[in-house]
Design a protein around this ligand. Sequence first.
Ligand code: MRU
Length: 373
Amino acid sequence: MEKFQTFRREVDDHFYVLDQLKLPLTIEEIRINTIEDAWKVIKDMNVRGAPLIAVVATQGLRNELFNRDFKSVEELRKYVLQAVEYLRTSRPTAVNLQNDTERVRQTVIDFSLQQSVEEISQLQQLKQQLFQLIDSFNQQYIDACRQMSILGVDAIIKDFEEKHPEQAGQNAKLKVLTICNTGKLATPGDGTALGIVRELHRRGRLERLYIAETRPYNQGARLTASEAVLDKLPATLITDSMAGFLMQQGNIDFVVAGADRVAKNGDTANKIGTYTFAVLAKHHDVNFYVALPTQTIDENTLCGADIHIEQRPKNELTHVMGVQIAPTEIEVWNPSFDVTPSSLIKRIFHEGGEYECDRSQGNWKQMDAQSLK
Ligand code: MRU
């Protein structure tokens, strides 16, 4: 397989993203000039993954700020506030987009004009401040992935050795199941859940990575499998429906997933199918973990029942890579994500450690009943 670069900036207004819809067969880039270009590649899923969505949206905004001639700070402020609102409509569940654009929004709101300095130079100053902030998201995600991977692997190995004291200190290799794509194609850096897998491999402790194909969009088969091949990870592709049998046969030591939004009580929205794996893991006494940067935590959302779940178009289920596999007339239900109650999650890793939340609030059924009242 040919190597790829998820995104790159050439000069101030030349930003390119890899067209993930064409992977693994074709490596092709799309140039992003405007916020409309950024919105479209996010909506159409040429790029995806909670951190990457936020990076592409804010880099699209950076292009516009570079290219536009604003007459006053107020004009720039107005533009940014509108652009942020617009970009947020591209995909609703992944909260990184809301959180990172909130920092951009806050920067223009907080910027106060000084009477003694020419406005035009203050405009340039604000633009530079925004460029710096937007560019800093990249490094923040890289560092977050690295840190959560190291501390995640430490905790996972500790949990494993507590569960299997006979194997403690033996450098046992572990078998892991993951879903969707949480690697270099989903975030700057090595990845969240996939970062943990990579770190396990670096330490010589990965026996096998099982990759769920992740229907209907096949991010596992198309993207995670590509990353595994390029990095020469010992990896096996399965269909989503094989996960239960695999666990029943004792072939999974732990499951690790990423997240699109974690509610205050730890309920976690992630790719559709994640909840099923968490239930299966519970039944088979397999530890289930999630890993995310802190930008994925949404303390304004109390529990999973309050998370807005994106519905995707019908054709994503009736067609596979453009080939129709179901009758046109059939009705389709196609939620892009599901919610795993925090009670099913052993640990929630982020770059600063573990997300400590009140899991007694994490009873999905109880919350659901409340929200129906
Ligand atoms: O629909 P997608 O492909 O954007 O869904 C992506 C996921 O569900 C990922 O697990 C999540 O965004 C975390 S990526 C580090």
